[in-house]
Ligand binder design. Structure first.
Ligand SMILES: Nc1ncnc2c1ncn2[C@@H]1O[C@H](COP(=O)(O)OP(=O)(O)OP(=O)(O)O)[C@@H](O)[C@H]1O
Length: 323
């Protein structure tokens, strides 16, 4: 059974539809990166999943239970950390966690036990008596995560957990999330920092203008891309029918795909050998294309994201040249 099923989710702010019928499922054990440009609807979607907003239409089912019918039941299964969460600056880490546990209805004994466990899970056991307001940004983020997982939820939603963290703290966050996932938690994590997300994400959900335009396993792309590389081509002057020209040039190359093209740029996948690249560049120059960039992109989340957005903006699906 899917851990989370989202069906036709619509959300309206006054005069502004933020989600247009979003549907997807998440399987247990996934760490799903929720990505998309500013204003795409990521926070709105996460707030709907955490039952902090009531959608205008559609439904969210967590472990077989409809969120709108039994939000309290669902809250036991999910933890949520908002992008601008607060901590009680004057309270110690221990008291912040105890307070959270008690406010969730735990007894003092349960809250104490949960506090020690959560602190240990996020690596704050040696900070229990430090005031929350004196924690570094990275440690404060860990406290936020400890608060979100205090009740041992199966599903955890983190909105921009890496924002404002330095590279070392982001590395620590990746390690922490992978460890919690190995403990059985499923994550939905939004971020603008795609490079870090690709360290731990197993799936990617791409939202654009309130619509889900891609849901894929990150590993799948590595499989699909075996033996090929993603290549970004940029022109300094527009070329009419650039996509068709590329299709023609790549027609003889097994595995080559035009992922998206407009008159000034294109993303293609071509065989990973130098010959294929040389032949394509020679063909473009012979066709009088003013090539200003011809660069291999790493097959990471960032290139998947760009590739998909370019395809979306170019108006549709990728064109398979030859498989
Ligand atoms: N309280 C609100 N009232 C009206 N419109 C809102 C409100 N909050 C968000 N919106 C609009 O809803 C859309 C989705 O916003 P949302 O914050 O969910 O996007 P986001 O993907 O999280 O963006 P960002 O990456 O900038 O945080 C945007 O057009 C935004 O302007």
């Amino acid at each position: 059974m899917a851990l989370l099923t989202v069906e036709g989710l619509v959300f309206d702010y006054p005069g502004n539809r933020a989600l247009h019928g979003v549907s997807f499922t998440l399987e247990p054990g996934a760490i799903t990166a929720l990505v998309g440009p500013n204003g795409a609807g990521k926070t709105t979607l996460m707030r709907c999943l955490a039952a902090l907003e009531r959608p205008s239409a559609g439904r969210v089912v967590i472990e077989g239970v409809d969120l709108s019918e039994d939000p309290r039941h669902c809250h036991r299964f999910l933890g949520y950390l908002s992008d601008f969460f607060g901590v009680y600056e004057q309270l110690t880490v221990r008291r912040c966690l105890l307070y959270r546990g008690l406010s969730q209805g735990m007894t003092m004994a349960e809250a104490e036990k949960a506090t020690l466990k959560a602190a240990e899970r996020v690596g704050l056991s040696d900070r229990l008596d430090q005031a929350a307001g004196t924690l570094s940004r990275g440690l404060r983020q860990r406290l936020g995560i400890a608060q979100a997982i205090l009740h041992d939820p199966r599903f955890v939603i983190l909105d921009e957990p890496a924002s404002g963290l330095d590279p070392e703290a982001r590395d620590d966050l990746s390690t922490l999330l992978r460890g919690l996932r190995d403990d059985g938690m499923t994550f939905l994590v939004s971020s603008h920092i795609l490079a870090e997300l690709s360290d731990y994400a197993t799936e990617m959900l791409l939202l654009s203008d309130g619509r889900l335009i891609e849901h894929r396993r990150v590993e799948d792309d590595e499989g699909e891309a075996a033996g090929t590389v993603a290549l970004q081509i940029t022109l300094s002057e527009p070329k009419e029918n650039f996509g068709d020209l590329l299709q023609g040039l790549l027609a003889e190359q097994a595995g080559a795909v035009v992922r998206g093209a407009d008159t000034l740029s294109a993303l293609v996948r071509i065989p990973a050998d130098q010959q294929a690249r040389h032949a394509l560049l020679a063909g473009l120059l012979a066709a009088d294309c003013k090539v200003s960039e011809f660069a291999v992109r790493e097959a990471d989340l960032q290139s998947l994201y760009r590739e998909r957005l370019v395809r979306e903006r170019a108006g549709g699906s990728s064109k398979e040249v030859r498989s």
